[in-house]
Design a binder for this molecule. Structure first.
Ligand SMILES: Nc1ncnc2c1ncn2[C@@H]1O[C@H](COP(=O)(O)OP(=O)(O)OP(=O)(O)O)[C@@H](O)[C@H]1O
Ligand SMILES: [Mg+2]
Length: 263
């Protein structure tokens, strides 16, 4: 019997990020160690959950992976290439391959753009299809996220919260990425809509052969969608393992606390 070899798509190795902050002109500089010596791998095709309380460094980790921030120490590699070594041209490629879905807020979409324009924009920027194929491609994206072509002329303020989150997801899948970093994609949504969006993300993952790094402070959400879980606490990864291991046999006090507060 042949078995598929697990391939690492993303490798985070001994990564730290500190911020220097000054409250005001006269106060002393203070060092915030947002991420401390973090190492983990994401395997192609999996969904790795990153859980932790507010301020534990989850979004900072996401921003480092997307190179929206630079690491203070350590390195991050995507498909074997160290991302800090990439040239501007290679970065464009990386921006296509790694997408992020941020936490839902209605202000995340330009209120002056229609759904059609919002979906055409990433297709053009990344040169995904020829100009004459834009129209059917917009419809294909809408159908992938469970929306009808009737939504094309609408503006964001004419859409429901769930519909807006579907458009945000459609924009993220438009460049045909390999990896999507989902940073709390459902936490601001109504509980009834959360389930629908999680089901959509699960379906898209298998249909489009995606890999997810799925950030959430909510174990219920992570339980629903992830294969493995990494637990972050005060800037460090305190444990990582399969979903079953972490949920049925937590080792770190913070994970135990997360699990008990879920009941
Ligand atoms: N640009 C910045 N400048 C200074 N400090 C920052 C900056 N970004 C993040 N921090 C600090 O780094 C720490 C980690 O923040 P981060 O946003 O990564 O947490 P998080 O786990 O995503 O939290 P949440 O669940 O609330 O989104 C926090 O103490 C935060 O205040
Ligand atoms: Mg965050």
């Amino acid at each position: 019997m042949t078995q598929a070899v697990a391939k690492t798509i993303l490798e985070v190795r001994n990564v730290s990020k500190h911020f220097v902050v000054k409250k005001n002109l006269f106060s002393k500089k203070r060092l915030i160690e947002a991420v401390r010596n973090v190492s983990f791998e994401v395997i192609e095709g999996e969904s790795l959950g990153l859980v932790g309380e507010s301020g534990s460094g989850k979004s900072t980790t996401a921003n480092l992976i997307l190179r929206l921030l630079d690491c203070s120490e350590g390195r991050i590699s995507f498909r074997g290439t160290v991302i800090s070594d990439l040239t501007e041209g290679d970065m464009r490629r990386l921006r296509k391959d790694i997408q992020i879905i941020f936490q839902f807020t209605s202000s995340i979409l330009d209120p002056k753009m229609t759904v059609e324009e919002l979906l055409t924009e990433p297709l053009r920027i990344h040169g995904v299809v020829e100009e004459h194929e834009l129209d059917p491609e917009v419809n294909r994206l809408l159908s992938l996220v469970g929306l009808s072509p009737d939504e094309r002329p609408k503006y964001p303020d004419q859409l429901s919260g769930g519909q807006i989150q579907r458009i945000i997801i459609a924009r993220a899948i438009a460049p045909r990425p390999k990896l999507i970093v989902c940073d709390e994609p459902v936490s601001a949504l109504d509980v009834s809509i959360q389930g629908q969006i999680l089901n959509l993300l699960t379906r898209l993952k298998s249909e489009l052969e995606l890999t997810y790094l799925f950030i959430s402070h909510d174990l219920k959400v992570v339980r629903h969608i992830c294969d493995r879980i990494a637990v972050m606490y005060k800037g460090e990864i305190v444990e990582i393992g399969t979903k079953d291991d972490i949920l049925s046999n937590p080792e770190h006090d913070y994970t135990k606390h997360l699990l008990s507060s879920e009941l």
